[in-house]
Design a protein around this ligand. Structure first.
Ligand code: DGJ
Length: 565
């Protein structure tokens, strides 16, 4: 046997199928991209573009800022829930909901599809001028396979389970189930066909997240089924090897630390993280196949989300092989159909994870985040992360309280303000004339500084000027440069001091004036000035702690007295 034939013969039938599918997928991804491009030019379906470090979603051909919120897992399983939830979120200025659509919901009997619940959600969303991002809970949701139809769950021969290190079947479908992949793809294709027919013109549905926080949970972090074990001993697929070698300089440090380009098997090439790398590849090619099937019907932007490892967690404590930053180099090779990858950020170091995904070349979109710190982190996400969308989790649990005396701004307050500034934010993101930061009461950092337009903005959490009491609330701000020395500062709870940026010159900065603005039918009007105690006698911007405000700050600079040195 010649060498190439021998290598092929060593592969399992499933792996041969995967190689063929991958080759076909790459060709069809190319044509899907070309279709998407021509769609963009003609019917302008929603598209995500990424240029100059900034991601944007175009809806009807125009940039759109997603002021999003993800629904609880059991909040969109009936049509009636839409009538209750969407009007409430619309009142709180959410313009987009991320809503689960379960495989079990649309295909309760094999081959028979029912989209009536989704259709009602789309209809109600339209009544409230809202959009939907569909979360496809197909083969996996948080590693497990709970949202699959009963006919999938009961047939463990046709739809094999991943096997644990203890040799037991799990509640996780194996990535090696060729029928599982085929049937998930078929259901997803039916869903996308239906969305195209119902919605291509209106574009209520913007994007689709395909699966949810997949990865193998359990000791060892790898499926130990016979098919998986056999594949694990085989050579690493050439497509992956070539891609990793080509992009080696940009590789995630966690993968690079162990990477041996001369290795042949998974263990030889990836070392300690071999099990996770192996799972990442297999989840990647599986989901790519599902995405491809969907994009053939309707090429909306599609992404995957990741559960992020906590410090000290090992693969398998968190879903091993999910699209976390360590694995993105593998996903890029496995899943050319994916438009981007996105982090679910529940950890306190929100900024770190936003920047990790950006550094890996993703347009910034945060599909899940902790609701309690959502108001502050939203300003960081749009201002500093240049996100085109942010979406705290479980937003339907928020109470609708109007005119309430809250101690701090709510998500509704933040989105209410940002909705009036969407165009300015989108423009400033494009021009890199925007910054943002969030300080949390629990944060170790007492102050943070950002630079914009020749000035440094140094922020600490506000104390009351009257009592000097310690800050009890988070504080955050987004700064947009609107002129040579003029800035809109949006936020709450911070005390901000201004300096000239020493990288620009060594002059001294001063405050020319601070105004509080309010939007009246799209025009910003001055509703107050901040002087005296409210500006620390003209030396600082003291932002109200309990409400969101838009401040217009005019600065100036002057030369130091050289003799004073
Ligand atoms: C992350 C998942 O993606 C969500 O569906 C939900 O289960 C949250 N975790 C709960 O915290």
């Amino acid at each position: 046997m010649r060498r190439r034939e021998r290598r092929f013969a060593m592969l399992l039938p499933f792996e041969i199928l995967i190689c063929l599918l991958l080759a076909a997928a790459m060709a069809s991804a190319q044509s899907a991209r070309e279709n998407a491009a021509s769609n963009d030019a003609t019917s302008k379906i929603p598209t995500v573009r990424f240029a100059n470090g900034v991601g944007q979603i175009l809806v009807h051909g125009k940039p759109f800022l997603i002021l999003g919120g993800e629904l609880g897992n059991s909040s969109s399983g009936t049509a009636a829930q839409a009538d209750e939830i969407l009007p409430k979120l619309a009142k709180m200025h959410f313009n987009t909901v991320l809503a689960p659509v379960a495989w079990a919901e649309i295909e309760p009997t094999e081959g028979h599809f029912d989209f009536s619940i989704l259709d009602h959600w789309i209809d109600v969303a339209r009544q409230h001028d809202m959009h939907i991002v569909i979360l496809w809970f197909g083969s996996w949701k948080n590693a497990f396979s709970e949202y699959t139809p009963e006919w999938v769950k009961v047939d463990t021969t046709r739809f094999p389970r991943a096997i644990s290190a203890e040799g037991l079947p799990t509640e996780i479908l194996s990535t090696f189930g060729s029928e599982t992949m085929r049937c998930d793809s078929r259901a997803f294709a039916a869903l996308m066909r239906h969305v195209r027919e119902k919605d291509a013109e209106r574009q209520t549905v913007l994007m689709v997240q395909v699966e949810n926080e997949m990865g193998f949970l359990g000791r060892g972090g790898r499926d130990r089924s016979a098919a998986a074990n056999q594949a694990f001993e085989n050579p690493v697929p050439a497509t992956l090897v070539q891609s990793l070698k080509k992009n080696r300089l940009k590789m995630a440090p966690e993968l690079a630390a162990n990477f041996n380009p001369e290795g042949r098997t998974w263990k030889e090439m990836f070392g300690a993280p071999a099990d996770e790398a192996f799972m990442a590849w297999h989840y990647g090619i599986y989901v790519n196949q599902v995405m491809e099937a969907g994009k053939k019907e309707y090429a909306l932007p599609m992404y995957m989300n990741a559960q992020l490892p906590a410090p000290g967690e090992r693969p398998g404590d968190y879903p091993s092989g999910g699209p976390n930053p360590y694995n993105l180099d593998i996903y890029r090779a496995a899943a050319p159909a994916a438009d981007f990858y996105a982090p679910d950020i529940y950890w306190p170091n929100f900024d770190y994870w936003v920047q990790r995904y950006k550094a890996a070349g993703n347009p910034a979109f945060i599909p899940e985040a902790r609701l309690e710190s959502g108001a502050a982190n939203a300003l960081y996400a749009y201002g500093e992360g240049l996100a085109f969308g942010f979406s705290p989790f479980d937003v339907d649990s928020l109470p609708l309280v109007e005119n309430k005396p809250e101690a701090h701004p709510t998500m509704g307050d933040v989105y209410g303000t940002l909705s009036k500034l969407s165009n300015e934010i989108l423009q400033a993101q494009q021009e890199h004339k925007i910054r943002g930061l969030a300080l949390h009461v629990s944060s170790l950092r007492p102050r943070q500084t950002v630079s914009l337009g020749g000035y440094l903005f140094q922020a600490t959490l506000s104390r009351s000027w009257a009592s000097n009491a310690l800050a009890t609330n988070d504080g955050a701000m987004m700064i947009l440069q609107t002129g040579a020395n003029e800035f809109y500062v949006v936020g709450n709870g911070l005390s901000v001091t201004f300096f000239r940026d020493p990288d620009i010159d060594d002059q001294v900065a001063g405050i020319a004036g601070i105004e509080r603005l309010s939007s009246n039918n799209g025009t910003w009007q001055v509703v107050g000035e901040l002087n005296g105690d409210q500006s620390d006698q003209g030396r600082r911007l003291l932002m109200a702690a309990h409400e969101m405000n838009v401040y217009r700050v005019k600065l100036y600079s002057y030369k130091r007295d050289p003799a004073a040195r």
